[in-house]
Design a binder for this molecule. Structure first.
Ligand code: VG1
Ligand code: CO
Length: 543
């Protein structure tokens, strides 16, 4: 087989963000752009010759072309086996699982996750290491460094590989295995959860709707919910992965899954509804007339994890990202589980999971997962909830109200200012940083500042330090404002503002979230000088 060295010139913008290198499709389509980044990844790794690489994507626009490039370059770089999902499809959690199960060297996931798809949308590349987790910062920094000086990449000149048939092909001594994307993952879910109890619940007439938002989870959901659990045909909607996600923005939240939310607040409502994002690592859960906040979801999962046999000998602790509300902290304390607060981004949970310190992890951004893999996992979270419902016979709203009755309700919301000029956003934050020491003890409306600090993180396992992971302002009543810049966008800057306010009064558990947070939101605008810097009166999205 003819392995060619192709001369190239570096692009200077290949710096991965919170989760891989995400750029507009038009950027990825530039000559050698994808090739450069893939070779920069391979050049930064050692000892993969003859080993296995798992490759798959969320089916978005450019997935087809890109996967051929990745496979051919992996062959040229002398991996031994390339395991790829049929038609190039694999969810992010499935890749994580396959890497672990088959002891692969690593995996490449072609996805921009919840970012919009199509020719005008985003594309992305993520590398996961042999533990199944996304590459840590030291490694992604190495990719970036390499990408800035790269002069050649390795490629084989062969026709496109047929990914439509399951089976094994030998290509010049390298094995290309096309696998069923769902099988291994579905078997694993069956090991973790009580499928029998969930099946029984469906037999008793329980009705669910799962909206795959035309992302990658369609095939997983059809197989697991409809076929294995008997949820009934038609329970899964938008279940075919489409290159442009059928025009949907595959981000399961109150804004982009509004159609599902509206349905659950109407007379058409079923018992339980869920959705997931483009690459299948996020989840949204709704009950009848009820939206489950992801931070509360983590708290309730923490309450019930000891009832799921798979976890009974692995109850180590709970981890949540810093902007995730502290609802789970109350439960963890009660249950005597250590609680860890990490920076935003799933990769920070990895070391805790490896060291048997965390069993379950969650993010406010509709992400949850456990030590079963090293990525967040949308289908897993939905199954976890189905298992809780089958076990307790209660519904989502009742279980959440029970949590609030016991600990109080942490009213929570995220306000995003999108498409800001990057310099403006950075100046705003830098100015705020300078003013932090002076903010302590200051009073705004009824809120007095207890502390105002930059969140720097030291990994409790490795001692590795990550600076500048957001700004936390605590008030004396326990309320909290957090702000940070998004690291997953492909253009401009998104300023995120997270709000938490704890209300313990049992007669005030069902108030309107934005009303409860109104004063706090105004205080934040004042402290951050949002209008002054951005000229904006309102956030772009509220979830
Ligand atoms: C966002 C979320 C973060 C999540 C990340 C990747 O990052 O806030 O919690 O882990 O997306 O999710 P940022 O930097 O934009 O705030 V996914 O489903 O896009 O891989
Ligand atoms: Co995702």
């Amino acid at each position: 087989m003819d392995i060619k060295s192709i001369t190239t010139k570096p692009y200077l913008d290949q710096k991965p963000g919170t989760s891989g290198l995400r750029k507009k499709v038009s950027v990825y389509k530039q000559d050698n752009y994808l090739e450069n980044y893939i070779q920069s990844i391979f050049d930064s790794l050692k000892g993969f010759e003859g080993k296995t690489l798992v490759v798959g994507g969320d089916g978005r626009y450019f997935n087809h072309e890109a996967i051929q490039v990745v496979i051919k370059m992996a062959i040229a770089n002398q991996f031994g086996t390339i395991m790829v999902g049929q038609n190039g499809i694999l969810s992010t959690p499935a890749v994580s699982y396959l890497i672990r199960k088959y002891e692969a060297f690593g995996g490449i996931i072609l996805t921009a996750s919840h970012n919009p798809g199509g020719p005008d949308g985003d594309f992305g590349v993520k590398f996961n290491t042999s533990n199944g987790g996304a590459a840590l910062e030291a490694l992604t920094d190495a990719f970036f460094k390499r990408s800035q000086v790269i002069e050649r990449y390795w490629m084989v000149d062969i026709p496109d590989i047929d990914l439509s048939q399951i089976g094994e092909q030998d290509i010049g001594g390298v094995k290309v295995q096309v696998i069923d994307p769902v099988c291994d993952y579905a078997d694993y879910m069956q090991e973790i959860f009580d499928f029998k109890a969930i099946r029984q619940m469906f037999q008793n007439g329980f009705k669910m709707r799962f909206d795959a938002m035309n992302g990658v989870t369609g095939p997983y959901a059809h197989r697991i919910f409809e076929e294995m659990l008997g949820a009934g045909l038609g329970s899964v909607v938008h279940g075919t992965p489409l290159p442009d996600f059928g025009g949907l923005h595959p981000e399961p939240n109150l804004v982009h899954a509004k159609h599902l939310v509206d349905m659950m607040y109407s007379s058409e409502a079923v018992d339980f509804a869920a959705a997931s994002d483009g690459d299948g690592d996020r989840y949204l859960i709704l009950g009848k007339n009820f939206f489950l906040n992801p931070s509360d979801s983590l708290a309730i999962m923490t309450q019930y994890i000891d009832k799921i046999p798979f976890y009974q000998d692995k109850l180590y602790g709970v981890a949540r990202s810093m902007p995730t509300s502290y609802a789970a902290d109350f439960v963890a304390k009660d249950k005597n589980y250590p609680l860890y607060q990490t920076p935003t981004g799933w990769k920070f949970f990895g070391t805790l999971l490896e060291a048997d310190k965390a069993t379950i992890c969650g993010e406010e951004s509709f992400g949850a997962s456990s030590l079963h893999i090293r990525e967040k996992d949308g289908i897993w979270a939905v199954l976890f909830w189905l298992n809780i419902l089958a076990l307790t016979g209660q519904d989502v709203s009742t279980l959440t109200h029970a949590l609030w009755q016991k600990y109080g309700r942490v009213y929570t919301s995220l306000h995003n200012y999108e498409e800001l000029d990057s310099d403006t956003a950075n100046t705003l934050l830098n100015d705020l940083k300078m003013r932090l020491p002076a903010l302590k003890d200051q009073r705004f409306k009824n809120y007095q500042i207890l502390s105002a600090e930059v969140f720097n993180y030291t990994d409790v396992v490795t001692g590795e330090e990550s600076f500048n992971q957001g700004i936390q302002i605590y008030f004396t009543d326990g309320s909290r404002i957090i702000t940070r810049l998004s690291g997953t966008g492909s253009s401009g800057a998104t300023l995120r503002l997270y709000f938490n306010r704890l209300i313990k009064d049992p007669t005030k558990l069902d108030l309107d979230v934005q009303l409860v947070l109104k004063d706090l939101v105004e205080v934040a605008s004042e402290i951050l000088k949002i209008k002054e810097y951005t000229g904006r009166d309102y956030p772009t999205t509220i979830t």
